[in-house]
Design a protein around this ligand. Structure first.
Ligand code: ADP
Ligand code: ADP
Length: 231
């Protein structure tokens, strides 16, 4: 349903961050995009979500398509309306706003009733946020902030959820919780998930397929269980 074909992305006309990357995310699948720092994973997610601008990074070649339609060149807000959302690395919450206000930001185009249902879904998925509805987000732990960021992204009921390093800097126990939520989300809502992770083992344990990037290229891909055995 989401497909990249031979995508090449260049920064400042010189840095080839992504080279001939082809990748497919099927409906209801979890795909892990793995690789060391600087491999080109974030750049790939940014290209899909439309937040690369010509003065920054440029898609020089290849196609990005969703449900058969090309995405490249589409504005970020239209890409969200197509059903593709990204939780960027570092979460980017509004620190001075409460948990609930942050969640509502993700569904700003929705009706009041849809927003209410969205909040209920978020609190069902993250019960620990229920007690923190009116807590200012800057006071939350890193794990709780990540939960708000994921909850906010889900407010628009996306078809594709892209997560950029959702467990970065979190305690092992919270990481486990986040991976558990990823599995549950797919099971409950059928959302397709593109998961960028440095923790390959943990990501492959919840993914269906994996792609490993190195210096901008996909160097290995296949079923997650197979990649896990080869690790
Ligand atoms: P990863 O997400 O795998 O850590 P990135 O996609 O962030 O990798 O980076 C891929 C390459 O592109 C790196 O060499 C990085 O330094 C470079 N890069 C990323 N963003 C920019 C930018 N805005 N301008 C110039 N180079 C960039
Ligand atoms: P990532 O999202 O992979 O963690 P970083 O945290 O390294 O990227 O980079 C943070 C910001 O700096 C991003 O906007 C990224 O595009 C930009 N950036 C990354 N590498 C470079 C680079 N070599 N030159 C200029 N900007 C960069």
């Amino acid at each position: 349903m989401l497909a990249l074909t031979n995508v090449q992305i260049v920064y400042d006309n010189t840095i080839e961050a992504v080279r001939e990357v082809s990748l497919t995310l099927g409906k209801g699948r979890i795909v892990a995009l793995l690789g060391a720092n600087g491999a080109g994973k974030s750049t790939t997610l940014k290209a899909i979500s439309g937040v690369l601008y010509p003065e920054d990074g440029e898609i020089k070649a290849g196609q990005i398509s969703f449900e058969g339609r090309p995405l490249a060149g589409m504005a970020p807000d239209r890409i969200v309306k197509q059903g593709i959302v990204m939780v960027p690395e570092g979460r980017r919450l509004f620190d001075q706003l409460t948990v609930e206000e942050n969640l509502l930001m993700g569904g700003y185009t929705r009706s009041a009733a849809d927003s209410r249902r969205g909040l209920e879904r978020a609190y069902a998925l993250f019960p620990r946020l229920t007690q923190k509805r009116t807590t200012v987000s800057g006071y939350l732990s890193g794990g709780e902030q990540q939960m708000v960021a994921i909850g906010r992204a889900l407010m628009s009921e996306p078809k594709v959820l892209m997560l950029d390093e959702p467990t970065l800097g979190l305690a092992p126990q919270i990481c486990e919780e986040i991976f558990g939520i990823i599995t549950r989300l797919r099971h409950d809502s059928g959302v397709s998930i593109l998961l960028v992770e440095q923790n390959a083992q943990a990501a492959l344990a919840v993914a269906d397929e994996g792609y490993i990037m190195e210096n901008g290229r996909i160097v290995l891909d296949g079923p997650a269980d197979k990649l896990l055995r080869n690790e």
